[in-house]
Design a protein around this ligand. Structure first.
Ligand code: F6R
Length: 248
């Protein structure tokens, strides 16, 4: 793992932007794996600015997202489909047909998972952006998810639902109970993974991911076995890491 420690969230977002920009410049028709949550918002702002400055274009870029809630219409303001459009897609020159997220709005969810999995088989991510949960989850792969998992339905834990209640009028009862997520194997299949970690609340998860056992108890620790992982972490999240592991 390459670990880049940044001063703060803004510098983390800029560094992440530079890494993604370089992939987009080297391969204009690249496949970007994207994430929702608060962590990548600064990266998305930088990507929007990059398009405005004519530094990058999404004209030939295709995207695949990590996850989506089950039984939430795509038009709902808290669906990940809406989130991605609001935070990024509506503000850059991407073609709608090049945007892919798991479909959790309605229908046979097992079939929806299989279809997304098939799609991922044809669309290997050139670079996959990740955030990390306080419990080490990546995507919605909660502790004890098999490292061999592919796209599947998950029951959200009480903790994750509480964490996400801030997006649902602070009422945990409004948070969906299930989601569809890429599995850990789908994430590991990406050619490169960039994981963004910010804030003291993520320090323990960062330590478990980087320095703990490679074990499903910390889903993100699977990345220890990936050949091309870049951790971009701010100082507040890096406080528990051994200094010798910090190679920036
Ligand atoms: C997002 C996702 C989640 C988040 C994680 C961190 O698509 O799959 O794993 O990356 O929950 O969320 P934030 O960034 O809000 O702390």
């Amino acid at each position: 793992m390459k670990i880049i420690v940044t001063k703060d969230y803004a510098e983390m977002s800029k560094k992440a932007y530079e890494l993604i920009r370089d992939v987009m410049l080297a391969k204009p028709n690249c496949i970007l794996g994207l994430a929702t949550g608060s962590t990548p918002i600064g990266l998305y702002d930088n990507l929007i600015a990059g398009v405005k400055n004519n530094e990058i274009t999404f004209k030939n870029v295709k995207t695949v997202n990590l996850d989506e809630y089950v039984n939430l219409p795509r038009a709902h303001k808290e669906s990940y489909f809406s989130f991605m459009h609001e935070k990024l897609f509506n503000k850059v020159d991407i073609l709608e047909e090049n945007i892919n997220l798991p479909f959790g709005a309605f229908g046979d969810m097992n079939k929806n998972c299989d279809e997304y999995n098939e799609l991922l088989g044809k669309m290997r991510q050139d670079i996959q952006v990740l955030g990390i949960g306080g419990n080490g989850h990546i995507g919605f792969n909660e502790p004890n998810t098999s490292f061999k998992s592919v796209t599947h339905i998950v029951d959200l834990t009480e903790n994750t639902r509480k964490d996400n209640a801030r997006f649902f009028e602070n009422d945990v009862d409004n948070v969906p109970t299930q989601a569809i997520t890429m599995g850990i194997q789908n994430i590991m299949d990406a050619k490169c993974v960039i994981i963004l970690i910010s804030g003291a609340g993520k320090a323990a998860a960062a330590k478990a991911m980087i320095e703990g056992a490679c074990d499903p108890i910390c889903p993100a620790s699977a990345l220890q076995n990936h050949k091309n992982v870049i951790v971009v972490i701010d100082e507040a999240a890096a406080t528990l890491l051994n200094k010798k592991n910090l190679n920036n």
